[in-house]
Design a protein around this ligand. Structure first.
Ligand code: DON
Length: 318
């Protein structure tokens, strides 16, 4: 028998399914090949219980939602001082792929836009014990850093995740803008690794596949101070979790962030694959999947589903 929560999620599904506004991301050719009508909503609560409806076990690429996770991993592996020296925490109010830096410090303004996210991946390529500052940009370093990323994302989701090779190759073949961003940062003398290696690692992390159930589980790990409530495994300490949730609150929905915080009021991160991850700190994680996007690159039905959840269940933080 369906639980009260599932019955409620079915109501959200019925309310959102007729919405057909928005378009598929097509600047990565492979993303335009998905079924636009897919729709899944999942919630993982503090005891690890999963409630879901619709296409909640269909895999799609995590895309920019990875930015929040890799930022967390960089903070865990490199510490706050190293990361803060390279990436700011100020909202940019700009599009995700804007070539955007703080004019005074020349640091990317935050880790949720591409400039900051690619810098976070570059930090994972820099060996922490290299006193001479020597860089290791070899293929092996990218493979090793990606293995660490995959292991970390998997631990947060509570299951083994993998990468969609076709999406990876599709974005590598069309990723001039991300290369331009990395080379621009290098030209300022503020980039911590080889730009090509960092972009390769960034595109790999964007191509990791998840389901809305996974996003909700990852959200519940962040909600729970960095401990996955389903496995009991600690993935992050509470200070890192607090920082990531703070930056998600102010920067996670790009130039739509102000509207999102006012109406939904939850830390969140979207991706052009159609996923949204939202967190009610101390309580639960939400994952939504619907591939049609609005002008900011956020899932149209995903935003609407989160609005319903926030309004109906009183989830707004304030
Ligand atoms: O950097 C890119 O172009 C993508 N791989 C990720 C972009 C993305 O998901 C933006 N989010 N809404």
């Amino acid at each position: 028998m369906a639980s009260v929560v599932e019955t409620y999620l079915h109501r959200i599904q019925s309310a959102c399914t007729p919405m057909d506004a928005g378009t598929l991301a097509d600047y990565i050719p492979q993303l335009a090949a998905v079924d636009p009508d897919r729709f899944g909503v999942s919630v993982v609560v503090h005891d690890g219980h999963v409630y879901s409806v619709g296409d909640s076990t269909i895999e799609f690429t995590i895309q920019s939602i990875s930015k929040a996770l890799t930022y967390a991993l960089a903070l865990r592996e490199r510490g706050f001082d190293d990361v803060d020296a390279q990436i700011g925490v100020e909202p940019s109010g700009e599009a995700f792929n804007e070539i955007s830096v703080d004019h005074r410090t020349r640091r990317p303004r935050n880790p949720m836009i591409n400039a900051g996210a690619i810098t976070a991946t570059a930090l994972l390529l820099q060996r922490p014990h290299d006193d001479e500052g020597t860089r290791d940009d070899s293929g092996t370093a990218v493979d090793e850093a990606f293995a660490l990323i995959l292991e970390f994302y998997s631990g947060c989701a509570g299951r083994h995740l993998t990468m969609d090779d076709e999406v990876y190759r599709s974005e590598m073949a069309t990723g001039s803008r991300n290369r331009a961003i990395a080379y621009m940062l290098e030209s300022f003398g503020v980039f911590p690794s080889d730009p090509e290696a960092a972009v390769d690692l960034y595109v790999r992390q964007c191509s990791v596949t998840v389901t809305s159930d996974d996003l909700a589980a990852i959200g519940s790990t962040l909600a729970n101070g960095g401990v996955n409530p389903r496995t009991g495994r600690r993935m992050l300490d509470t200070a890192v979790t607090r920082r990531v949730l703070s930056v998600m609150t102010t920067c996670g929905m790009y130039d739509g962030a102000g509207d999102w915080v006012t109406t939904v009021g939850l830390p969140a991160k979207s991706g052009v694959g159609g996923g949204i991850l939202a967190v009610l700190p101390g309580q639960l994680g939400i994952g939504v999947y619907s591939p049609r996007l609005d002008e900011h690159g956020n899932s149209v039905r995903g935003v609407e589903a989160c609005r319903h959840l926030s309004d109906d269940l009183g989830l707004h933080m304030f």
